[in-house]
Design a protein around this ligand. Structure first.
Ligand SMILES: Cc1ncc(COP(=O)(O)O)c(C=O)c1O
Length: 377
């Protein structure tokens, strides 16, 4: 069996393809399945990419990323995240997804166990399997604030993956929970992969970078990206911060796979980090407004959902099989949502709603949901 046979196509893609097909047939489809901001990349970032192109930044870049961007990332990590990073601790990657893939390839050996908190974002499991590792799913507590990770650590455990704010549940983990993860990692000599791609999109709670906790820098791979914060999903620009030895391994893999992320895109990344940040505040305020409308509407319809502290998702319990719910909501009411079955086996009646869509669409979705509920009852 080849490694590719171990993994499934992304669950989110299947729904979105069917939604596109229905839209082509003229149906008024509302897509609540999307995992990307519905904003355009800020103007100054686009201009900086155009300028870089005109300025001849069209050649291969160093495998680890251009030094100016690595420096901007290290500065950001030190000042905003309290992570003691130098540019040598940074590798620029093609999106956070490739940083995750590369880190797994670099650190996971055949049979190593990697703890994933369930429900888990779809690509962690695939990245672990492609590296020859074994994903170990640990369910969240009923309030989604905790998980009994300690009960699942074995001699083969190598890494814990933490994602805060979380996709798909929207939770921002507390300092106490993050500290618990750090203590478990230190006591059991484990790595932590801290996926912080939604760090700026927080409405309730506070962001804590795992690598800023005492004694954690050495054992943490911090993953981040420009995709969500700066509405740059299609640019494919992300990064990892870790110990130099880990970065060196990832650099080797990168040099033999993609060579480096696109050169002129990296220059745009410098403008994103060093330039005006007001677009981020505007986007977050808009997401907060939509979150409030959606959460109120769902509450009024009687749904139970995880605390929507951040990111742009609400994870809710439909009370029926999530594949059936998603299929019928799309086929009968033209609303696309992501079934919980895509995020692990334990949340089969839950679905993820993305509010990276207009208020108008959210209100229309709520009224279609009310109609759908009448049929379901
Ligand atoms: C939790 C999480 N990590 C990583 C990614 C991948 O980000 P990128 O588009 O930068 O590869 C996503 C994108 O959906 C995500 O939700």
């Amino acid at each position: 069996m080849s490694r590719a046979d171990l993994i499934q196509p992304s669950a989110t893609m299947k729904i979105s393809e069917r939604a596109k097909q229905l839209r082509k047939e003229g149906k008024s489809v509302i897509d609540m399945g999307l995992g990307e901001p519905d904003f355009t990349t800020p103007r100054h970032i686009i201009e900086s990419a155009c300028h870089a192109l005109k300025d001849g930044k069209t050649f291969y870049a160093p495998a680890q990323g251009i030094p100016e961007l690595r420096e901007a990332i290290a500065d950001k990590a030190r000042t905003e995240n309290n992570i003691p990073a130098d540019p040598d601790n940074v590798i620029v990657t093609s999106g956070a997804k490739y940083a995750i893939y590369e880190a797994m390839q670099a650190l996971i050996e055949n049979g190593d166990e990697v703890i994933l908190l369930e429900p888990a974002w779809v690509s962690y499991e695939a990245a672990v399997l492609l590296a020859g590792g074994k994903p170990v799913f640990v369910k969240h507590s009923p309030d989604f604030r905790d998980a009994e990770i300690e009960d699942f650590i074995t001699e083969r455990t190598k890494m814990i993956v933490v994602n805060s704010p979380n996709n798909p549940i929207g939770v921002v983990y507390t300092k106490e929970f993050m500290k618990k993860v750090c203590d478990l990692a230190k006591d059991n000599n484990l790595y932590v992969m801290s996926d912080e791609v939604y760090e700026k999109i927080i409405f309730d709670g506070k962001h804590y970078s795992i690598a800023s906790f005492d004694g954690m820098f050495e054992r943490t791979i911090t993953v981040n990206a420009f995709s969500k914060t700066y509405a740059m999903t299609g640019w494919r620009l992300g990064y990892a911060i870790a110990e130099k030895e880990i970065i060196a391994k990832m650099r080797k893999i990168q040099s033999h796979s993609i060579s480096s992320p696109t050169t002129f895109v990296q220059y745009a990344g410098i403008s994103a980090l060093r330039g005006d940040q007001s677009s981020v505040d505007e986007m977050v305020n808009e997401f907060r407004r939509r979150r409030d409308i959606l959460a109120k509407g769902l509450r009024e319809l009687g749904f139970e959902f995880a605390p929507p502290d951040g990111a742009f998702y609400i994870f809710m319990n439909t009370g029926i099989d999530s594949d059936e719910f998603s299929r019928r909501f799309l086929e009968e009411h033209y609303v696309a949502v992501t079934p919980g079955s895509g995020f692990g086996v334990s949340y089969n009646s839950w679905v993820r709603l993305s509010y990276a869509t207009s208020t108008e669409n959210i209100l229309e979705m709520l009224s279609r949901l009310e109609e759908f509920l009448r049929v379901l009852k």
